[in-house]
Write a protein that binds this ligand. Structure first.
Ligand SMILES: NC(=O)c1ccc[n+]([C@@H]2O[C@H](COP(=O)([O-])OP(=O)(O)OC[C@H]3O[C@@H](n4cnc5c(N)ncnc54)[C@H](OP(=O)(O)O)[C@@H]3O)[C@@H](O)[C@H]2O)c1
Length: 199
């Protein structure tokens, strides 16, 4: 299969690259890194990426940033960071991708643990994850040409333990291998409309 992985150099995206690269042709996409550069927050840039890469069998996205902060101190603009920084870019990657994904292909987006197991200050992140999970569940119903769509929703990765030290009390840390298997299931398996959790 020919597989686009957006965010291929990131902690999460790397797990998909490692899990899939032995068996498939991987097109690594990042804002500044990878085989092809694209800003997923810019819809024209998404269109240009698809035009450059051409038809593929799978599109994987492992990007997104959100606002962290207590809900009573959060502004509307800060809340929208999660929509414009995480949910909408990944939705746009799907909406713009239909002309480029082959019959029976797949889309996989990345949400995360915080809408099912929140931490302090995570309402923006939880809303972005919830938006993505809801989109995936319902979009699967409408998918044309046997195209599948799933979300990978991991706990905090072991490799990010130091980065998030103290922010996720009591949460488990998951291995990169386990997250990679979730992307393998989404891309190489048969599921659609699923939130594939790794915890
Ligand atoms: N890390 C975790 O433990 C964890 C757990 C659950 C969910 N998640 C979710 O997984 C996603 C990725 O997180 P991460 O920790 O892997 O992030 P990360 O390590 O910071 O990696 C981000 C990746 O996305 C690319 N990227 C950033 N902005 C971009 C843009 N505007 N357009 C295109 N590519 C862009 C980066 O490429 P460049 O360097 O080239 O910009 C990089 O490859 C996020 O939505 C996060 O919430 C992460």
């Amino acid at each position: 299969m020919k597989v686009i992985i957006v965010g291929a150099t990131g902690a999460v995206g790397k797990t998909a690259v490692v899990a899939l690269s032995g068996r498939h042709e991987i097109i690594r996409v990042g804002r500044t890194s990878g085989d092809v550069q694209m800003d997923i927050e810019d819809i024209d840039s998404i269109r240009a990426m698809y035009q450059q890469v051409g038809n593929v069998d799978a599109v994987v996205s492992a990007v997104g940033h959100v606002h962290f902060g207590a809900v009573h101190e959060m502004t509307s603009e800060q809340f929208m960071t999660g929509i414009y920084g995480k949910a909408l870019p990944q939705v746009n990657l799907v909406l713009e991708g239909f002309d480029y994904v082959n019959d029976g292909g797949s889309f996989t987006v990345t949400s995360g643990v915080l809408n099912r197991d929140p931490i302090r200050g995570s309402s923006c992140a939880a809303a972005a994850n919830g938006a993505l999970d809801g989109f995936v569940r319902a979009a699967a119903v409408d998918m044309p040409r046997r195209i599948r769509i799933n979300a990978v929703s991991p706990e905090v990765l072991e490799v990010c333990r130091e980065k998030y030290d103290g922010f996720f009390p009591g949460h488990v840390h998951v291995s990169s291998e386990a997250v990679g298997l979730a992307f393998s299931k989404a891309v190489e398996g048969c599921l659609s409309g699923q939130i594939i959790t790794v915890e």
